[in-house]
Design a protein around this ligand. Structure first.
Ligand SMILES: Nc1ncnc2c1ncn2[C@@H]1O[C@H](COP(=O)(O)OP(=O)(O)OP(=O)(O)O)[C@@H](O)[C@H]1O
Ligand SMILES: [Mg+2]
Length: 371
């Protein structure tokens, strides 16, 4: 297997558009790296440069320490699985999987072994004689994976491989891909704009926006310590709440005021605001829906802020729990509730926030001040 190094990698398209800017990343052997970000942020471009399908216009790409900028795609020992799996309709599952090896003039015995091993890993053994038209979407996607596996490449690149599948199949295939990573011990780079996929699959996640890498971290770190407003808003569903708050000094701590509501903050976060010169200024408070607590909810072990009134505008029952969206003076807030809660649309309630879970961002630079 393989490690990859991207140093100051950039892509300027012939029309002058910079699809990727100064991309730096070390990918260790056997890592499962996710590229995530909104449409057009440069995920596929980066992947295609790694595959060699797109020229690298600045910087260097190394595989196992060797610069490969000018190495042909077929000599990079990389397999790519695309969004549209494009199986050959006239070939059986077996023939589809055997095809990449046939092209490379591998002998029939070796091909047979590789195909049967891939079929075993992907649970396709009973389907080897079928044509793609007689397969479900998930089965077709597995055959496309099989076609990549038979080559035993150093690196797998996957560009939104699950985006054509329905929600249930996606969840199934997500689990399959995770198992596959364990079984193959492979280095995988996986593109998605689905943040649930990113959070569940990746050993590390790269968040991109407008061709620029925003943050690269483990899923937990990204969730708990997003480096800026964009990452904070992108990772997590439903989205983190953002409320503009005015910072004032109060004894050891500070107060955060929005509308007629005030929250008192002490400790490290208050210190970060004071030291950063934010007293007298407006900052953005970020708080995830699960860290907003309605007064009748279970909150043992949490250190809560002062309560503030809210009026529920939307109530959604999600099964084991519910979500509410509510108006508060100076903003709006969404919160998780237990399914047994009596709160409904139109309820006038009181909420507080878990002080340990408040994130603070600079309103101008959008960078995190404290978590
Ligand atoms: N051949 C090209 N010439 C000029 N600009 C291009 C070209 N190909 C892509 N781009 C632009 O580069 C940017 C990055 O494209 P890319 O395909 O990498 O986005 P992406 O993150 O994969 O998006 P999506 O989630 O929609 O697949 C986009 O703004 C796109 O319009
Ligand atoms: Mg893309």
């Amino acid at each position: 297997m393989a490690s990859l190094t991207l140093e100051h990698v950039g892509k300027k398209y012939p029309n002058g558009y910079e699809g990727v800017k100064d991309f730096n990343l070390e990918i260790a052997d056997k890592e499962f790296i996710i590229f995530v970000g909104p449409s057009g942020c440069g995920k596929s471009t980066t992947l295609r440069m790694i595959a060699g399908l797109e020229d690298i216009t600045s910087g260097t790409l190394k595989i196992d320490g060797k610069v490969v900028n000018d190495v042909e795609p077929k000599d990079r020992d990389i397999a790519m699985v695309f969004q549209t799996y494009a199986l050959y309709p006239h070939m059986t599952v077996y023939e589809n999987m055997a095809f990449p090896l046939k092209l490379r003039k591998v002998d029939a015995d070796t091909i047979d072994k590789a195909v049967r091993e891939a079929a075993r890993i992907l649970d396709l053994e009973k389907l080897l004689d079928r044509k793609p038209s007689a397969l479900s979407g998930g089965q077709r996607q597995r055959v496309a994976m099989g076609r990549a596996i038979v080559r035993a490449p150093k690196v797998y690149l996957m560009d939104e491989p699950l985006s054509n599948l329905d929600a249930k199949l996606r969840v199934q295939m997500r689990a399959e891909i995770s198992k596959l990573h364990d079984r193959l011990g492979a280095t995988i780079i996986y593109v998605t704009h689905d943040q649930t996929e990113a959070m569940t699959l990746g050993t590390r996640i790269v968040v991109m926006k407008d061709g620029v890498m925003q943050q690269v971290d483990t899923p937990t770190k990204l969730y708990n310590e997003p480096c800026n407003l964009f990452v904070a808003g992108f990772i997590g569903s439903p989205q983190m709440n953002f409320i503009d708050v005015a910072v004032a000094e109060k004894g050891e701590g500070v107060t955060l005021t929005f509308g007629a509501n005030t929250i008192t903050l002490t400790g490290a976060k208050a210190k970060a605001l004071k030291d950063g010169g934010y007293v007298g200024k407006v900052v953005v408070m970020g708080i995830r829906p699960e860290d907003v607590v309605e007064e009748h909810e279970y909150a043992e072990g949490r250190i809560l802020s002062e309560a503030f009134p809210a009026e529920v505008t939307v109530y959604e029952l999600l099964g084991s729990e519910a979500m509410i969206y509510a108006d508060v003076d100076g903003g709006q807030i969404s919160a998780h509730l237990s399914a047994s809660s009596a709160v409904r649309t139109g309820s006038k309630i009181k909420c507080s926030v878990d002080l340990a879970k408040i994130h603070l961002f600079d309103k101008q630079t959008e960078l995190a001040i404290a978590h």
